[in-house]
Each structure stands twice: as structure tokens, then as C-alpha cells.
Ligand binder design. Structure first.
Ligand SMILES: [Zn+2]
Length: 81
């Protein structure tokens, strides 16, 4: 993993990933630094789980916080050459 490809913010470590020709910025597991995470709706929030070993919880957070931080991460990662 190249260091330019990820950044650590207050809620998550984010990584720039490309799948199906689409670039996206997704949270990664802080233990495994793995992009094998799933996230989904959980009540009014978002639950992020890691599928690297078993399924473990990465973080449960507010949807607004998730989206705000994803935007920050996107801006930060996209500004890297
Ligand atoms: Zn993990």
C-alpha cells in the first residue's frame, strides 16, 4: 500500500480504491489496514465492519459524520499527485 493512498482522520483511516473502473474513497480497518470492509445502514447511522478475519466491528458512527469525513478524505487524497 502506498502511503499516498490512505489518510487517517478522526473516525477512520481512508483509502483510495478503484473498482469497476470507478475511484472511490472508503474506510479501512485500522487493525488490518484492509479495504475489505463493508458498510451499511444501522438505524440512523452507518456500521462499518471488516471481513479480513471473521467479521469484526470497525466503527459505528453517525451518517452525517461519515459523509463529512468521507468528503474530507476524498479532498485530501485527490489533492495528492
Ligand atoms: Zn480488521
Amino acid at each position: 500500500m502506498s502511503p499516498n493512498n490512505s489518510c487517517k482522520l478522526s473516525l477512520f483511516t481512508w483509502m483510495r480504491v478503484e473498482s469497476d473502473g470507478q475511484k472511490n474513497v472508503l474506510p479501512v480497518c485500522p487493525i488490518h489496514l484492509s479495504p475489505k470492509v463493508r458498510f451499511g445502514n444501522f438505524g440512523t447511522g452507518i456500521i462499518v465492519t471488516c471481513h479480513e478475519t471473521k467479521n469484526h466491528l470497525v466503527r459505528l458512527c453517525d451518517r452525517q459524520e461519515f459523509e463529512t469525513e468521507q468528503e474530507q478524505a476524498r479532498a485530501k487524497l485527490d489533492s495528492d499527485p
